[in-house]
Design a protein around this ligand. Structure first.
Ligand code: C5P
Length: 220
């Protein structure tokens, strides 16, 4: 561990998408690459933190020098997060699926000539950020959530901060055309109790570095 302002601190980072199984060979996923979460974990490590990195099946490989916990589903991510607590700070960058298939088929759904197409019903997944931020006995001192929105980014992000009970929200516009989802750059607004701070469009590594510095300052 490097000697930095986060030496002796434990920071939990979630990253990547989740995969929600339909049957043994099929799943529902989203376009998260894991790039921003991975960069944040690396930046926290570079400031000396001990990092637990709970990741769904991401495109980008996890950074060196962090404790990697690989999961597939939202439910497994919640379990891994709970097992990793206590932490001084938690940064929830994962794109967790809001819903899972209510009843996973135990064998492959077969296409039968002439038969109707199957239909799926969904169940709500646990909200990991909310459960960590509202934990009574093991709430990290600083809980940071993300808000990837396509419309009314600021209003939605501010409402989300209140609803989830987290300290900060890193808000970004993931509309098609911004090139942010899966891209190398990010344009975020940091929302804290003090207000909204727009950051310039920066490489994801630089967003991560600035966020890690702010986390170090907040933890003192
Ligand atoms: O509610 P929404 O998905 O927009 O909130 C985004 C934030 O909440 C992100 O920080 C994400 O990691 C977190 N989240 C979570 N568990 C969920 C849904 C979102 O931790 N089930």
């Amino acid at each position: 561990l490097s000697d930095g302002p986060l030496k002796g601190r434990h920071v939990l980072v979630t990253s990547g998408p989740t995969h929600e199984p339909i049957d043994p060979v099929r799943y529902i996923a989203n376009r998260s690459s894991g790039a921003q979460g991975t960069a944040i974990a690396a930046a926290l490590r570079d400031l000396g933190a001990r990092v637990t990195f709970v990741t769904g099946p991401a495109v980008v490989p996890p950074p060196d020098g962090v404790q990697v916990v690989r999961v597939e589903t939202a439910r497994a991510m919640l379990e891994a997060v709970e097992a990793a607590l206590p932490a001084d700070a938690a940064v929830m960058a994962a794109a967790v699926a809001d819903w899972r298939v209510a009843e996973e088929f135990s064998s492959k759904i077969k296409k039968v000539a002439g038969a109707a197409a199957p239909s799926l019903s969904f169940a709500e997944n646990p909200d990991i950020l909310k459960s960590v931020a509202q934990s009574i006995d093991r709430r990290p001192r600083l809980v940071v959530g993300f808000a990837a929105e396509t419309d009314d980014v600021l209003a939605h992000a501010q409402a989300k901060r209140a609803r989830k009970g987290c300290d900060w929200i890193v808000a970004n516009d993931v509309s098609p055309g911004t090139g942010i989802m899966g891209g190398a750059e990010n344009a975020v607004t940091l929302i804290t109790a003090a207000g909204a701070e727009p950051w310039p469009r920066l490489p994801k590594d630089e967003v991560a570095r600035r966020l890690a510095i702010r986390i170090a300052e907040a933890l003192g």
